[in-house]
Structures are given as structure tokens and as C-alpha cells.
Design a protein around this ligand. Sequence first.
Ligand SMILES: CC(C)(COP(=O)(O)OP(=O)(O)OC[C@H]1O[C@@H](n2cnc3c(N)ncnc32)[C@H](O)[C@@H]1OP(=O)(O)O)[C@@H](O)C(=O)NCCC(=O)NCCS
Length: 161
Amino acid sequence: MIRPAAREDARAIAELEVRAWRWAFVDIVEDPLMPTVEEREACWTGEPLDGAFVAELDGRVMGVVQVGPAPPQDAGAHGAVGRLRGPYVEPAAQGAGLGAALHAHALAALEAAGYATAILWVFTANGHARGFYERRGWAADGEAGAWEGVAEVRLRRTLTA
Ligand SMILES: CC(C)(COP(=O)(O)OP(=O)(O)OC[C@H]1O[C@@H](n2cnc3c(N)ncnc32)[C@H](O)[C@@H]1OP(=O)(O)O)[C@@H](O)C(=O)NCCC(=O)NCCS
């Protein structure tokens, strides 16, 4: 079941994000830069939860995705551009369709909000997620950046709204 995230999910989301980071980015992000559960939990308790959705399986939060407006530096002159963050799926639950379901839900939410285009940032070396996105219509738009010195590329996708 995919449903809007609630404040009470903060700890479970933070724990799965940290496990997903450690599983997926072990060769990409140096250990001291890995987020902690406490840091991520503080984000989820401090941020508005609009646009955040979780995948729940047998009462457990197993995945998360978030959509919203792209920051001005990403939107540029393109007008209203949406942003996708994630999905992040519990490592033990990957490969069973949760990521695809969260991604589809996020695109539908962006389209319902009226966005015609969306962007996302992904670590350049995150080949697994880049393949996942590219098979779902995303393509690098030429913009490159970095998070804490780790190279990232920006992907862009047209929405059907
Ligand atoms: C990228 C990520 C979100 C994908 O999540 P996932 O739950 O493994 O994704 P899915 O299971 O939906 O899809 C993975 C593949 O399994 C396939 N699949 C779907 N249902 C399946 C099932 N029941 N059994 C086996 N495989 C299945 C899908 O077809 C998909 O293949 P495709 O991309 O060629 O279409 C996940 O690997 C992850 O959390 N990575 C770490 C965090 C990350 O990098 N996030 C992106 C940050 S920018």
C-alpha cells in the first residue's frame, strides 16, 4: 500500500533511508558522510510532509519517495518544474516492485500538481538507480553538480499533464 507519509513514520523512514544509503552507496559515499538515523529523523520531523509517500507492507514502512517544486536554480527559465527525491527502498525488499510503484505514484502526484517537467539529482556513480530511471523515461540534461564532493548528474523527464 502506498500512502502519504505521517509524522509517526519519521523514525522508520530514517532507518530505511540509512540502510538504503549504506547498501547502495558503500563505494560512492565515504563512511563519515553517511547520514545517521538521528539526522534523517530530524529532517522528517522538521519538514512539511507534503508530497512524501511511503510504501507499507504488513504494517512496516519499506520505501519512501518525495515530490515537490524544484528549487529555482533547477527550474531556471522552464517555469513550473517538479522535483523527485528517491525512491529509497529497504534493501531486503528491493527487486519486488516497490521502487517502480513508488516512482509511478510520485509521477502521478507531480502530474496532478500540474507539473509538465520534473528533475532529479542522482549520484553519477549510482548506475543501479540511473538504469532504473532511464528505463522510466528520465535522461541526463547536461547539468552536473556535487553533494559533499560526490559527483551528481541531473536527470529530467517530461510529464504527461
Ligand atoms: C533504485 C531503487 C529505488 C529501486 O527499487 P526496487 O524496489 O528495487 O525497484 P523495483 O523492484 O520496482 O524494480 C527493480 C527491477 O525489478 C523488477 N521487478 C519488478 N517487480 C518485480 C518482482 N515482483 N520480482 C522481481 N523483479 C521485479 C522491475 O521490473 C525492475 O526492473 P526494471 O528497472 O528493468 O524495470 C532501489 O534500488 C533503491 O532504493 N536504491 C537505493 C537508493 C537509491 O539509489 N535511490 C535513488 C536515489 S536518487
